[in-house]
Ligand binder design. Sequence first.
Ligand SMILES: [Zn+2]
Length: 262
Amino acid sequence: MVVEINPIAVFVLAFVFGACIGSFLNVCIYRMPLHESIVFPGSHCRSCSTPLPWYDNLPLISYLVRRGRCGSCGTAFSVRYFFVELLTALMAVALTWQFGLTLSTLGYFAFAAALIVITFIDFDHQIIPDVISIPGVLAGLLFSLLSPLPTLDIWTSLIGAVVGGGFLLAVALGYHAFTGREGMGGGDVKLLAMIGAFLGWRAIPFTIFFASCVGSLVGVTTMIRRQADSQLALPFGPFLSLGALCYLFFGERLIAWYLGLL
Ligand SMILES: [Zn+2]
């Protein structure tokens, strides 16, 4: 018997599920760098500490209804809470669109969620928590064993983790040897190992190339606009994450197109 599922309903459910997870990702983004529990206490206003009742804790909706303010003290919440929920919801829809109702969708949604948390924590604190990236490498290896995708098996995943982490480690050590300064953090090394584990080694050159190009472009633009000194430290993690997501959605097609040009 084939169960007919309305495709619109599937996307609506993916959106709602994604928004709820996005709400949890907000908690991770704010609490993990402060080493606070991500479970207790429940969501509360950072200003007046009033716990948010369930109807003020609905993803996306509560922000719109309350116009981004605390229902108790009126303090404005950052629009980023809303943005992270919307981004996660759209990610769930896009992955369902790309991979259907499969294990791949679930695995890559967990991967994308980790990248979203890493991106915002790296922007705020210039750190990438080991508690995400190291289990992330293991999760990627495990995912490759279960993944139905023909492009990912345990070997492409394992080589991806080693090549990804190894390349950035070599760059970091080389930079340190030449300049005596810390350029790239160890967090980026573990992040690229995680990306390699989830996407396979083919993703590594693309992700590095993409992150370097977009990162340089953003860095130069920021320096021109701020007329700042050349010591601007821009986190690399968000660009690696963005490169990995671009590869996840378009990488295979981009590589096929590029090889077709040769
Ligand atoms: Zn408040």
